[in-house]
Design a protein around this ligand. Structure first.
Ligand code: UDP
Ligand code: MN
Length: 608
């Protein structure tokens, strides 16, 4: 129809259009993966997103996006249908995920996979392909395997699993992993607590399935959404074991997980014990062993944080790596506690709603009122960590979370509660609505110790201000610049790790400029980072960094009141600022020469 020339140029045009389309698609995919991969960028406060969802930091230090099931954030993936939500799509393939291996999804299933992902914010399609009794590697150290041969003398336990709209496959895989990997003598029963789930398969089909479980399993239901705290309390009230073991509804217990926990409680019933929480990958459901020497604490904004036993702390402990060790705080989802102790020590704060803050409340209460919290490295349980939360928060996530945290601060943190309210506007507002009389009475009745005691004794490496520490801004007189802590904003992420920053001092007291200097000479700030410099001369200039606090002398400083010099204790050199035209100011160590750029002023800020 067309002459050959026209036809050729038409073909060329089509080719160009086609290539452009391919380019656009590749580019979009690239953007999307980048976006999904950036869960490490940590927003300082809540960010409210267009879709009516909100973001905040999860207890595990991972960015969490919360909201109603409003469908998905991915524009070209259709929402899950009513059927998809309510139908049990469990479709196991014998070898899928065996030995904790990742599930591979074929390209033809990718769209459905993405649709299903939105429902629970983990790869439901992958989970639904893995049998309920999949095999897992034995991740324990050798020594753990023979350590608990006297397990028959341990107290028995009820395993309590609360859930709201959990997937069939994850919920029942949790149950079966308990059944298959716990000694029958120790497992009294399993208590499932349904917190007002809406899924159809969790109604009669679940009830019909229960008789297939070869361990006594109770199913309690709440008609009203009561949140995980009250749901756990409901489970606890109906439990008969001597010990209560709480698990999230998307866990998998590994061989020998239970004995080490119960062994600690047998020796000291006032110890609350946590397993090492391994990672079940939210995308592939691969089982990934995590570092055994992690312990938990929190930052100035009361976000739960993991820290590693490292540096001096590790040297000092010279610990047998299979020995349980103390942790100032627990993650909250997975732990075991003597039942009588649980109730004596105040169970949970019933004034808290839905989710969040309860782990810190319990951590402070246990330590301050005469108990202890330990992590047991021989016990490994996997948990599906997700990047966002799939369900609604009646009352709004912000209200709920900050009200819960305000209660924690009011009841347990004394002056440090005031510090928290000073930094956190939302919690300060939420504070006014809290009635904590009953919890204060409990604290009185149990003769609980102060937060000062907790910081000094349980968490001596903490980075909070105290009366015998400097707290405030550190200003360079020569350049009129202030020391800045690393901000985990995108901007910081793109910076070389640990480069200490210094910038124009701001009028307001902003958090990023606030530092603590301890009596031992550590200059530290939120999230346990410290001013750090090499102890010996190297080749180039001696760069000063902000790195994880280690307790080593390379992080020790001395401020001389008269000369205003800030000296590195072990090499006696002075903290200085180098600023060349066109370059950002840099912190370096130099021989002390009395110059003005080696003078530092400490401006205290009232912290409570
Ligand atoms: N949960 C509940 N009611 C709620 C919120 C959560 O029963 O209102 C359950 C949830 O199904 C899970 C456990 O509490 O088994 C912990 O919640 P989630 O896993 O979302 O918390 P995360 O692991 O993210 O801290
Ligand atoms: Mn969970």
């Amino acid at each position: 129809m067309f002459p050959p020339k026209v036809r050729r140029s038409k073909r060329l045009l089509f080719t160009i259009i086609f290539l452009t389309l391919v380019l656009i698609i590749v580019w979009r995919i690239h953007i999307r993966t980048n976006r999904d991969g950036d869960f490490l960028s940590i927003p300082k406060k809540h960010i409210f997103r267009e879709s009516g969802q909100e973001e905040y930091m999860g207890k595990n230090g991972i960015k969490v996006i919360v909201g109603h099931y409003v469908g998905n954030s991915k524009r070209n993936v259709p929402n899950a249908t009513y059927d998809m939500l309510n139908k049990n799509n469990f479709d196991p393939r014998p070898e899928a995920g065996s030995m904790g291996n990742p599930v591979v999804v074929e390209p033809k299933d990718l769209l459905v996979m993405q649709q299903l992902f939105q429902i629970n914010r983990f790869n439901l399609l992958a989970s639904d392909r893995i049998p309920l009794n999949r095999t897992l590697p034995d991740v324990r150290r050798k020594k753990c395997r023979t350590k608990y041969d006297d397990y028959k003398t341990y107290p028995t336990t009820s395993v309590i699993i609360v859930f709201h709209n959990e997937a069939w496959s994850t919920l029942l895989r949790t149950v079966w992993s308990v059944v298959n990997r716990s000694p029958g003598e120790l497992l009294e029963e399993i208590v499932l607590v349904d917190d007002a789930s809406e899924r159809e398969y969790l109604r009669k089909p679940l009830e019909d399935y229960l008789p297939k479980i070869p361990v006594r399993t109770k199913l309690l239901r709440s008609q009203r959404r009561i949140g995980l705290i009250k749901a756990r309390l409901k489970g606890a009230a109906h439990a008969h074991g001597q010990v209560l073991t709480f698990l999230d509804a998307h866990c998998e217990c590994t061989t020998g997980w239970l004995e080490p926990l119960l062994s600690v409680i047998k020796r000291n019933p006032k110890t609350v014990v946590c397993p090492v929480i391994d990672i079940i990958h939210d995308d592939t459901f691969a089982y990934v062993k995590s570092f055994e020497l992690h312990w938990g604490a929190f930052n100035w904004n009361l976000q739960f944080r993991w820290f590693t036993l490292s540096g001096k702390q590790l040297d000092e402990r010279k610990l047998d790596t299979t020995q349980p060790f103390d942790t100032p705080a627990m993650a909250g989802g997975l732990f075991a506690v003597d039942k009588a102790v649980f109730f004596q020590i105040g169970s949970y704060d019933e004034g808290m709603d839905v989710w969040g803050g309860e782990n810190l409340e319990m951590s402070f209460r246990i330590w301050q009122c005469g108990g202890k919290i330990q992590i047991v490295p021989c016990s490994h349980v996997g948990h599906v960590f997700r990047k966002s939360s799939p369900y609604s928060f009646p009352g709004g996530i912000s209200n709920v979370l900050y009200s819960n945290l305000a209660r924690v601060a009011l009841v347990w943190m004394d002056d440090w509660g005031k510090f928290y309210f000073k930094l956190n506007d939302k919690a300060r507002t939420a504070k006014e609505r809290q009635n904590v009389t009953a919890r204060m009475e409990l604290k009185e009745r149990l003769h609980c110790k102060s937060f000062r005691w907790y910081l000094d004794t349980v968490w001596p490496q903490h980075f909070f201000p105290t009366n015998d520490r400097f707290f405030g801004k550190i200003r360079n007189l020569g350049k009129d610049l202030c020391l800045l802590r690393p901000l985990r904003s995108d901007k910081w992420i793109n910076q070389p790790m640990g480069v200490a920053k210094i910038d124009r001092c701001l009028e307001d007291d902003i958090e990023e400029e606030m530092f603590v200097m301890t009596q031992d000479g550590f200059i530290m700030t939120d999230d346990s980072v410290c001013l750090d410099a090499p102890e010996r001369d190297g080749l180039g200039p001696m760069k000063v960094r902000i790195l994880a606090c280690s307790g080593y002398s390379r992080q020790k400083w001395e401020h001389e009141k008269n000369s205003k010099q800030l000296r590195h204790v072990s090499n006696r050199k002075c903290l200085d600022v180098s600023k060349e035209k066109g370059h950002e100011a840099e912190l370096i160590l130099k021989d002390c020469d009395g110059s003005r750029t080696q003078q530092w002023e400490f401006h205290p800020i009232p912290w409570k």
